[in-house]
Design a protein around this ligand. Structure first.
Ligand code: 2IT
Length: 445
């Protein structure tokens, strides 16, 4: 494989899909050396095949708002690769959603899902629908309209969507209700469901919990632990909430959260009451964190800025792609950050990652750190097909085991000659090898 030629061809074909090209470039560059030691990969054109989605569905979503006005959005489902299991990945409802963003997310999902050790292929979907300021009834009508198109393309053994930004338990509930009505079946066709209709305990917390379990493994590899560490978290959604909850429970001090409006610096650190308040903020559907500072005196709201300027031991980006850039990374290195555990998908830009690696600061990439979310979705699928449900302890224990095994895979494939663990390289190679081998074994299809 010649990565530069392959990327150049993709750039000509998809010139405006910058997030997709960014994700492909990172994975192919890090696997190039190992890839070229496997002539069967080249003979089967694995790289050329893996960068193209199997298929993309694009559809119109028409719904009516509370004022009786007809609204038109675009919906997508990208079925990227199902070599190792049914297509699996979340749905994102956000005005920024476009084919490039969903292709990057779907591509990343292939390797993340492979890392979980569970049989799941990669997919992603969503819509440019903006949930901000929408009423509950509007959300419901949108989800129903979205599912009237999506339902014919998904199924419990075919493609199993879940949540992502803008899609939580409420949206999954409305989507599931419409699927059940149209397909006339009750199956594990979506994950992240409510507990009364097949959801799994721990799934709401899983991404954040898993991220902190992974972070603890990174720290123990350095001969350290999380107790007493200061942590900066960005975002205030489901993932940030789970990470804040587990990090606080294990004795860390989480001092920031953030939203599109700016960030909160809370010197005293989050506690149970403040973490519970994150859910109220999210439920308000206004997408702002500023009210936190009014509710909790002693904390400050810093408008229009990101939390990276606060000096801490550990950074956990939990918001969205490319939220931490090269300049931010240089500032973090100057501020002696100890570990960066990226929880958002592709949260750090290539320049930021390069800066961390050059400074030999352990950097855990999203596809390893946040894999506990989709892993627990996989556990929800297992429970649904067995028609039973596991206790919270059982699910949490399995999640622990999976995060440990992802960490081991990163060490196996990512340890550099000087002993530095290049988690990005390790995660990319470990995930890629599994999918590539299975594609070779299954023939040219
Ligand atoms: O990015 C992700 O891994 C998710 N949004 C979760 C996907 C899933 O199927 O649970």
């Amino acid at each position: 494989m010649n990565v530069n030629n392959l990327i150049a061809a993709l750039e000509r074909k998809y010139p405006i899909e910058k997030e997709y090209l960014q994700a492909v470039r990172e994975v192919l560059t890090t696997v190039e050396e190992v890839y070229n030691q496997h002539p069967e990969f080249e003979a089967n054109k694995i790289a050329e095949r893996i960068v193209e989605p199997d298929r993309i569905f694009t559809f119109k979503v028409v719904w009516t708002n509370d004022r009786g006005e007809v609204q038109v959005n675009t919906g997508y489902r990208i079925q990227f690769n199902n070599a190792i299991g049914p297509y699996k990945g979340g749905l994102r409802f956000h005005p920024s959603v476009n084919p490039s963003i969903l292709k990057f997310l779907g591509f990343e999902q292939i390797f993340k899902n492979a890392l979980t050790t569970l049989p799941m292929g990669g997919a992603k979907g969503g819509s440019d629908f903006n949930p901000k300021g929408k009423s509950d009834r509007e959300i419901m009508r949108f989800c129903q309209a979205f599912m009237t198109e999506l339902w014919r393309h998904i199924g419990p053994e075919t493609d199993v969507p879940a949540g992502d930004i803008g899609v939580g338990a409420r949206e999954v509930g409305y989507l599931y209700g419409m699927y059940r009505k149209l397909a006339l079946e009750n199956t594990g066709v979506l994950t992240g469901k409510g507990m009364t209709f097949g959801g799994s305990l721990i799934r709401p917390e899983a991404t954040g919990f898993g991220a902190v379990y992974f972070l603890c493994r990174m720290l123990s590899e350095m001969g350290d632990d999380i107790k007493g560490k200061t942590v900066a978290i960005s975002g205030f959604g489901n993932v940030a909430w789970g990470a804040a909850k587990k990090a606080t429970e294990l004795g860390a001090k989480v001092v920031t959260i953030s939203g599109p409006d700016g960030y909160i610096y809370d010197e005293a650190g989050l506690n149970d009451e403040k973490i519970a308040y994150m859910l109220d903020l999210r439920a308000s559907c206004n997408d702002v964190v500023a009210p936190y500072a009014e509710k909790f005196p002693g904390s400050v709201f810093v408008a229009g800025r990101k939390p990276w300027e606060v000096k801490v031991d550990i950074e956990m980006p939990c918001a969205t792609q490319n939220e931490l850039n090269g300049d931010d990374a240089k500032m973090l290195v100057d501020n002696k950050v100890q570990v960066v555990a990226e929880v958002s998908n592709m949260g750090c830009t290539p320049e930021a990652i390069e800066t961390f690696i050059a400074a030999r600061i352990p950097y855990g990439p999203g596809k390893a750190v946040n894999a506990g979310g989709v892993a627990t979705s996989g556990l929800e699928m297992s429970q649904n097909s067995m028609k039973l449900s596991w206790s919270a302890e059982e699910v949490d224990q399995k999640l622990h085991g999976i995060m440990n095994s992802i960490h081991r895979a990163c060490i196996e494939y990512g340890t550099e000659p000087d002993g530095y663990i290049n988690y990005m390289k390790g995660a990319n190679i470990a995930g890629f090898m599994k999918v590539a081998k299975s594609m070779v074994e299954q023939g040219v299809i």
